[in-house]
Design a binder for this molecule. Structure first.
Ligand SMILES: Nc1nc2c(ncn2[C@@H]2O[C@H](COP(=O)(O)OP(=O)(O)OP(=O)(O)O)[C@@H](O)[C@H]2O)c(=O)[nH]1
Ligand SMILES: [Mg+2]
Length: 407
């Protein structure tokens, strides 16, 4: 058996060379993208490393005339290994393992090498089966491959850009979309510049008009009431606007008292709504107010009945100024359900809270990409009224890339 490794720019080039040097019976054992050495290699185009094998003898002359000049390290290590079937496989596996270990310590992959080697010992006749195992193992060893055999991305197979996004909790679907957009950007910019551009395009922020009736909805404990108090403080105390507050949350013990306490401190009109009629009356009683902030009961998005009930109250408020409040500490998968579950309330913007409780900010991007609704505010702590902010798309990009932090 002859096993050769090629460093090429395209698969076409690899195929041509393999056909010429090893003949038509040659099979490709593995292929992976590799980086050129040094810092420059970080953002330059990758080469492809292809390992091919052939069982039969090939033209010796051809072998000798061909030199792999693309990458001396790799070509010298594995070129022209002529061994008998299983022994050849074992040798390649061993060499591959050593190469990987030299560049990076990859504990997990090492164990799989031993596994495959052992299995080879048990079943030496079945060459095809051994070839397949070796192919899988080399795939696993590859640091540069984007996907596992199951098609699922894993951390140590990612490019630098993917790793930054992954480390900052951008979800895998978004990472894939971002990588495609970067690839499609044929300008001269560096990948990092392209990444920033792509992220900025994805982040939609809005400057909400804090006028008329403003309703906050969202799951339990995300910070709706605290955010209402912050907005009231900002508008009434800092901007001198006439602000009133209404709560429809008569469900949770202490909810009314919580908002009433803020209303008392700021000396603002406050009403509690127990039913639909109360809603009309409460709104009417605040006709003098420039801004009426309406707090609602925290509901699970899974409970359709409760959401439907909430909807009737929200519709009564008769406003387009509806903010969905979400906590950045919520799991990404749950977040998607919440965003979809609350859609029937026709929220027009999103407030992300508890950014002070997280050290990665990919959740902002995940939320905005799922909802396709712009971000109005972020909440960055418990202090009323200070811990609320409007963020620009640029500053969100810096947060997502880990260049900046909230606290
Ligand atoms: N760290 C941190 N805590 C926050 C933030 N916003 C709110 N909280 C805290 O989160 C807890 C719940 O806040 P609430 O305002 O009562 O949340 P809610 O959404 O009204 O809760 P329910 O009415 O029960 O649905 C309180 O302890 C708040 O002080 C924030 O941005 N950061
Ligand atoms: Mg509340």
């Amino acid at each position: 058996m002859i096993i050769k490794r090629y460093i090429v720019n395209t698969m076409n080039e690899a195929m041509t060379r393999i056909r010429y040097e090893l003949g038509r019976d040659a099979v490709i054992i593995s292929q992976r993208k590799i980086r050129k050495p040094g810092i420059k290699g970080l953002f330059s185009a990758k080469s492809i490393e292809v390992t091919a094998a052939v069982e039969n003898e090939v033209n010796e002359k051809k072998q000798n005339t061909v030199n792999d000049n693309s990458n001396s390290r790799n070509s010298n290590e594995l070129n022209n290994i002529e061994l008998n079937s299983i022994e050849a496989i074992k040798k390649v596996v061993q060499q591959e393992n050593e190469n990987i270990n030299n560049s990076r310590v990859v504990q997990k992959q090492n164990s799989s090498v031993h596994k495959v080697s052992k299995q080879s010992d048990n079943n030496p006749e079945n060459l095809m089966s051994e070839m397949l195992k070796m192919k899988i193992m080399i795939s696993e060893l590859s640091q540069e491959r984007e996907h596992t055999i199951t098609g699922k991305p894993i951390e140590n197979q990612k490019s630098d850009i993917e790793k930054i996004l992954f480390d900052n909790d951008v979800d895998s679907e978004n990472i894939e979309n971002i990588m495609v957009k970067i690839k499609n950007d044929k300008t001269e910019k560096t990948d990092l510049e392209k990444l920033k551009m792509v992220l900025k395009e994805m982040i939609n922020v809005t400057k909400p008009k804090l006028q008329g009736r403003i309703v906050l909805v969202g799951p339990t404990g995300v910070g709706k009431t605290t955010t209402i108090a912050k907005l009231a403080g900002k508008l009434a105390l800092a901007e001198g606007k006439k602000v009133g507050m209404i709560t429809v949350d008569t469900y949770r013990i202490g909810a009314v008292e919580q908002l009433k306490a803020y209303a008392d401190i700021m000396n603002l009109p406050f009403k509690v709504v127990y039913n639909m009629n109360d809603m009309d009356k409460a709104i009417e009683s605040m006709s003098e107010c420039e801004v009426v902030l309406i707090d609602t009961t925290g509901r699970s998005s899974k409970n359709k009945m409760q959401i439907a009930e909430l909807r009737t109250f929200v519709e009564k408020a008769d406003t387009k100024n509806i903010h969905l409040v979400l906590s950045s500490t919520t799991k990404n998968r749950d977040m998607k359900y919440i965003i979809e579950g609350y859609r029937i309330l026709n929220y027009s913007s999103i407030i992300v809270t508890k950014l002070d409780e997280t050290s990665t900010y990919g959740s902002i991007l995940n939320i905005l990409e799922t909802a396709k609704i712009p971000l109005s505010f972020v909440s960055i702590g418990q202090n009323v009224p200070d811990d609320i902010k409007e963020l620009s798309a640029d500053s969100i990009v810096s947060l997502i890339l880990g260049e900046d932090t909230i606290c």
